[in-house]
Design a binder for this molecule. Structure first.
Ligand code: PMP
Length: 405
């Protein structure tokens, strides 16, 4: 396997020492959320022990420390995404809130009756429902890029859907249900050539592959901290500066204003314009520590290791009698979705849990794509760089035993 000292890495994650049902925990539910390295846990503790204060508004020392830590984290996010300026980085609660923010700001200002919003068949509900709500308010329409039988988007169909009515294209970079790596660079380039605004949902990509928002060329990019080894309740909207400058705020309140009278309010410039009220300061700082951690390992090393591990798992799962793998695109990351003849997905999930192995079984908040394959649910192990071949072997042994039963 490619150069990553997995045993050293595992020692950085205290929870990997847990035992579940008498067995060492195997965390194969990374697409739902990731575990946290000691560096992140310690950073949160340090913040609350030495820096805790509200930010941006006081003259005292702790306010300066907290503000430095929070704005420092914003700059770490900028570097991580390859954004041009930290003014393009808005902290939100997560990818879901990020997409809702875009729908309620850019969408409110730019979508009208008869306009079309393109998403792919692979989307998480978080990248479907906010657009449906916007479309219902405005009399706009949702158009869907179909996928082939491997679970990859069909680009020729996409080019046919792009018309003068198209105002927005919003696609995921990695499918949380199937693991498909979507060619977002091409999708965005085609949209931009047609003058169409773009959103990329990076909830499942930033933990598995190197992302550069300027190389993608997208107007917006969102992700969640908890899926990239950071805390829950913190996430990011990247927005190109010219776009953020031009759109109205969403929530109103403190921090986002420059001046308030009863007659009129002047807003701050981005990013503050989009950060009303007291944000999730400590968890933003924790996210900064998480990004430092993955940067130190290197996204290239992570991607190479996980690629090999996913190939190993796929090789051993595919030949088991009665197993059907859903999602066989040439380029995949982390996710191995499957069903097993004669067993419900709940039964498989329970049998794995009995052995201390955590997977998700269900619809993965992506019902349309599962239904595309005639299913309501799959079993979904999803891997991270701290997983090992030995863990895959334990998982395979359980599925083999069930397949024979
Ligand atoms: N998009 C994708 C592709 C996801 O996998 C998820 C989380 N499962 C989300 C959006 C939503 O993320 P969150 O629940 O952290 O807001």
């Amino acid at each position: 396997f490619h150069g990553l000292d997995v045993n050293a890495v595992r020692r950085d994650f205290p929870i990997l020492q847990e035992r579940v049902n008498g067995r060492p925990l195997v965390w194969f539910d990374n697409a739902a959320t990731t575990q946290k390295p000691k560096a992140v846990i310690d950073r949160l503790t340090r913040f609350y022990e030495h820096e805790n204060s509200n930010i941006h508004r006081a003259a005292h020392e702790l306010a300066a420390r907290a503000t430095d830590a929070y704005e420092g984290a914003r700059d770490k996010v900028r570097l991580f995404l390859g954004a041009a300026s930290s003014e393009e980085i808005v902290f939100v609660r997560g990818a879901t809130e990020g997409i809702n923010l875009i729908a309620n700001t850019w969408g409110e200002a730019n979508i009208g009756a008869g306009d079309e919003i393109i998403v792919s068949h692979l989307e998480h509900h978080a990248n479907i429902v906010p657009w449906q709500m916007l479309a219902a308010r405005k009399g706009a329409k949702i158009r869907v890029i179909p996928v082939d039988d491997t679970g990859q988007v069909i680009l020729e169909e996409y080019t046919r859907l792009l018309t003068p009515r198209t105002k927005l294209v919003s696609v995921t970079q990695v499918s949380n249900a199937l693991g498909t790596v979507v060619p977002v660079h091409q999708i965005v380039a085609l949209a931009k050539a047609a003058g169409v605004t773009t959103v990329v949902d990076g909830a499942q990509s930033v933990s598995h592959l190197r992302v550069n928002v300027q190389a993608i060329g997208t107007d917006f990019f969102v992700f969640s901290g908890h899926k990239v080894f950071g805390p829950t309740g913190i996430g990011v909207v990247y927005g190109r500066k010219a776009v953020l400058d031009a759109i109205p705020p969403w929530q109103g309140g403190g921090n986002m204003i420059a001046d308030v009278t009863f007659e009129k309010t002047l807003y701050q410039a981005p990013p503050n314009k989009f950060e009303a009220g007291t944000g999730n300061i400590a968890d933003a700082v924790g996210l900064g520590a998480a990004l430092d951690y993955v940067q130190k390992l290197g996204l290239e090393a992570i991607a190479a290791y996980e690629h090999d591990l996913l190939a190993y798992a796929t090789q051993h799962l595919a030949p088991i009698k009665g197993v059907r793998i859903i999602g066989t695109a040439a380029e995949k990351a982390s996710v191995l979705s499957f069903v097993l003849d004669g067993h419900t997905t709940e039964q498989v999930g329970r049998a794995l849990n009995d052995e201390g192995i955590a997977v998700r079984s269900g619809h993965h908040c992506a019902q349309p794509i599962l239904r595309r394959f005639g299913l309501e649910a799959t079993v979904r192990p999803s891997l991270a760089f701290y997983n090992t071949c030995e863990e895959v072997d334990r998982f395979i042994a359980v599925v083999r035993r069930l397949a024979k039963a």
